[in-house]
Design a protein around this ligand. Sequence first.
Ligand code: SAH
Length: 265
Amino acid sequence: MTETQKGWVVIAGLGPGADRMVTSEVQDILAEATDVVGYIPYVERVTPREGLTLHASDNRVEVDRATHALEMAAAGGRVVVVSSGDPGVFAMASAVFEALEAGSKAHPHWLDLEIRVLPGITAMLAAAAAIGAPLGHDFAAINLSDNLKPWELIEHRLRLVGEAGLAMAFYNPRSKSRPHQFERALEVLREACGPETLITFARDVTKPGQALNTVSLRDAGPEMADMRTVVIVGNRDTRRVGPYVYTPRFAPGHQPGQAAAEKDT
Ligand code: SAH
């Protein structure tokens, strides 16, 4: 690697797990890379080859990892930072821009690097597709981890979003280090959304052992979720039809056809 080569950073999403859900754009960029950076299990999904260095690191060091990627690119490396799902959803894309903002004060030339984000299929969309269309009306995506925000704020948002009638998708729902918070989240949701609202626990979506479990909020228990689960809470209209779970496109009382000009494409 020489200083004269033009380096770049691409932050790429590997999708929810199945190889066939890695986009061809992401496959192509991995074939061009000199370095791949990311959390250990995601880097393990990249096939090793000559000329490619794999840099796997622990999960809690996102900004260090992002800074390392920028340093290598500044030295001429073609660096791919990998995330699962989509890199913009609770993942590395923002971490790279945080590192760029902080590091470009000391290294202004970092701002001249080519940085691109390549999307991937995020867990909630793969899970929604696997059960039907529970996110077919308005919804919010919420990270339930309190690593980067206080639990009080999470609870506040859950209540407001539930009261606003939006469906929700939860990432990082329950970990060993915070075993009781998800139980509290379910209590808040029962109050804000009503106990009959459907909730789906989608574990290892698109991977071997994929498991989908839909119950009412009344029957939901904290043990149904872990860090390999994405949780989807419907709105009050979310319903079952045969084996499927879906949310109608229209708000209650607002029948299809009232806004013909906005017809779906
Ligand atoms: N960037 C990722 C999310 C990273 S946060 C994405 O867009 O999907 C990690 C959380 O994502 C996990 O705790 C879990 O809630 C969810 N997740 C990721 N892959 C999943 C899968 N295959 N099945 C179920 N949940 C998944």
